[in-house]
Ligand binder design. Structure first.
Ligand SMILES: Nc1ncnc2c1ncn2[C@@H]1O[C@H](COP(=O)(O)OP(=O)(O)OP(=O)(O)O)[C@@H](O)[C@H]1O
Length: 263
């Protein structure tokens, strides 16, 4: 049985036509993996995530998602693929004036008709599913609160529910905990990890904090200057390899005072 969900072949990306910020990336992501991508600032992690979600078009390469070559796909195939890829952002990207429930229901927009989405029509079943998701992340009592009344950690929990609301096959998270304190970061990673498992979603998460990556990832990918320099089980990511990936950009936040702060 083919277990691969996403195949990236010979991906190259240049924004200016001169410097390649990603260089011949070849990676296969299997179903149910929880992959963390690490690397110093400017290594190309965000570009990599944006590429998978087709927010940027690569200069060269192939992206095979769930059997379809996305770079050759027509508009309908692309729409279908996008609706199967959930996105979680560092700055949450919530509609701040809308309530929590509506924000989560928005995750469903790619899956309903254009007509229903214009009028914001959701079925009772959708609403119940959104409430259930919010209860799973401990926000059952806040569903009618405006999003801008929430703390950062609560906003990110809404972000996770919105992404899961679209029943994605793949979840992409770009620095989902970069704006949060250590205790909240851990909670968010626990929700992300547990819910990915529970719903059978493959996740690719960009992180700066190696300690957290090692705690949650089933696989870590290290990117340095646009190239994959590590791709293995977290147990094999030694301090020496971490130092090599981060080079002179290494600092406390990489190894993380996280573990000690949480002890
Ligand atoms: N829209 C853009 N236009 C031009 N250059 C860009 C653009 N986005 C990113 N870059 C450049 O591409 C390189 C990789 O950036 P990217 O944001 O992907 O790295 P990153 O590893 O995610 O860094 P960080 O951890 O700081 O977010 C950097 O040199 C960056 O300046």
């Amino acid at each position: 049985m083919n277990n691969s969900l996403l195949d990236i072949r010979h991906l190259t990306m240049s924004y200016d036509g001169k410097v390649n910020v990603l260089k011949d990336i070849n990676l296969t992501f299997n179903k149910n993996e929880f992959v963390v991508v690490i690397g110093p600032s400017g290594a190309g992690k965000s570009t990599f995530i944006r590429f998978i979600n087709l927010l940027v078009k690569p200069t060269g390469g192939e992206i095979i998602f769930d059997g379809d070559d996305l770079l050759q796909a027509n508009t309908n195939q692309l729409k279908a693929a996008r609706s199967n890829i959930g996105m979680i952002f560092q700055d949450y990207n919530l509609i701040e004036r809308s309530n929590v429930l509506k924000n989560v229901l928005n995750g469903q927009l790619g899956k309903i008709s254009a007509f229903d989405s214009i009028f914001g029509r959701f079925t009772e079943e959708d609403k119940q599913r959104a409430v259930n998701l919010l209860e799973e992340v401990g926000l059952g009592e806040h569903i009618y609160k405006r999003a801008d009344e929430l703390s950062g950690g609560q906003m990110q929990r809404v972000g996770i529910c919105r992404a899961l609301m679209q029943s994605p096959k793949l979840l992409l998270a770009d620095e989902p905990i970069a704006s949060l304190d250590p205790a909240t970061s851990r909670l968010i990673m626990e929700y992300l990890f547990n819910l990915s498992n529970q719903y059978g979603v493959t996740s690719i998460v960009n992180l700066h904090q190696v300690a957290i990556a090692k705690e949650f990832a089933t696989r870590i990918i290290g990117i340095k200057k646009g190239e994959v320099v590590f791709d293995d089980h977290p147990d094999y990511l030694t301090d020496d390899i971490t130092e090599e990936i981060y080079g002179d950009k290494i600092n406390e936040s990489v190894f993380g005072t996280f573990a000690s702060q949480m002890a």
